[in-house]
Design a protein around this ligand. Structure first.
Ligand SMILES: Nc1ncnc2c1ncn2[C@@H]1O[C@H](COP(=O)(O)OP(=O)(O)OP(=O)(O)O)[C@@H](O)[C@H]1O
Ligand SMILES: [Mg+2]
Length: 252
């Protein structure tokens, strides 16, 4: 469970106009695909960073499995892994294999177990034939897949994905969602996905909607569909859902 209780946060240079996350409360459970939506600058990545414990809150509390992720990250490693919005910020290895091995080295695994996990994860993300490839030679989409694979290889309990499909082609996106679906529903992985793409929104089973640092909506996909225009106007509401509702209204 990830719980935000009355969380406020601001970056250091607080002025009247600067961004502020405003007393945000929610809880997210494993077993379903949790999604965060909101326009540019609404606070999605900020919430993702707070979940991972990359920075402390100014007031309120964040807990992951009942523990403070900031304190935990400082002292004994992460509670929730994060895949950053920009793949360039995340890659640390010179080759695909090195990058996949990097996080594993601190987990105290045997050499055989590490090797096994790397091969399996690389294959799952379509990187199996690129293990010796210098990271610099990868395409933008391949780098994004590598970032995802390098976190997943550590088998964290929760993973926060910040715009994970932005560089992926339509086929890789379908594969990405297949993997997420399998891990969430069959391997007990807790998942939070930040994405503004309408096609991704349709995959979310629970939705948090942010606008200017305020949590405007939280609920299921069905509840989001039923929310009024005063909520929908703040988000990239899928065209097909609008048609669906028009049709339903006509047949009512
Ligand atoms: N390191 C930082 N220092 C100061 N201000 C920041 C920092 N990171 C983000 N901000 C500001 O906080 C606000 C929210 O940023 P955040 O990155 O959380 O938005 P976002 O919803 O992820 O946007 P996007 O869709 O563009 O990724 C923005 O106004 C941004 O300028
Ligand atoms: Mg962002």
């Amino acid at each position: 469970m990830i719980v935000f209780d009355q969380v406020s946060f601001w970056y250091k240079d607080l002025t009247e106009t600067s961004f502020r996350l405003k007393e945000v409360s929610f809880s997210l459970a494993k077993g379903c695909i949790n999604g965060i939506i909101g326009g540019n600058g609404s606070g999605k990545s900020t919430v993702a960073r707070l979940m991972t414990g990359l920075m402390p809150v100014n007031s309120g509390t964040v807990t992951v499995f009942g523990k403070d992720p900031y304190h935990q990250l400082l002292h004994s490693g992460f509670l929730a892994g994060i895949i950053f919005q920009n793949p360039e910020n995340q890659i640390v290895g010179a080759t695909v294999e090195e990058d996949l091995a990097f996080g594993l080295e601190n987990l105290g695994l045997s050499h055989a177990e590490m090797h096994c996990r790397i091969i399996e994860t690389a294959a799952r993300f379509g990187l199996g034939s690129l293990l010796r490839e210098p990271v610099a030679n990868l395409s933008g989409g391949q780098k994004q897949l590598l970032c995802i694979a390098s976190v997943m290889v550590m088998e964290p309990a929760w993973v926060i994905f910040d715009e994970p499909t932005s560089h992926l082609d339509p086929w890789s996106r379908i594969d990405f969602w297949k993997i997420i679906d399998e891990f969430v529903h069959h391997h007990d992985l807790g998942v939070v996905i930040v994405s503004q793409l309408a096609e991704d929104l349709a995959r979310y089973e629970r939705i948090l909607g942010f606008s200017s640092g305020s949590l405007l909506f939280q609920g299921s996909r069905e509840e989001f569909k039923q929310a009024g225009a005063e909520i929908h106007e703040h988000f990239n509401y899928p065209e097909e859902w609008k048609y669906e509702q028009l049709l339903a209204a006509e047949h009512a």
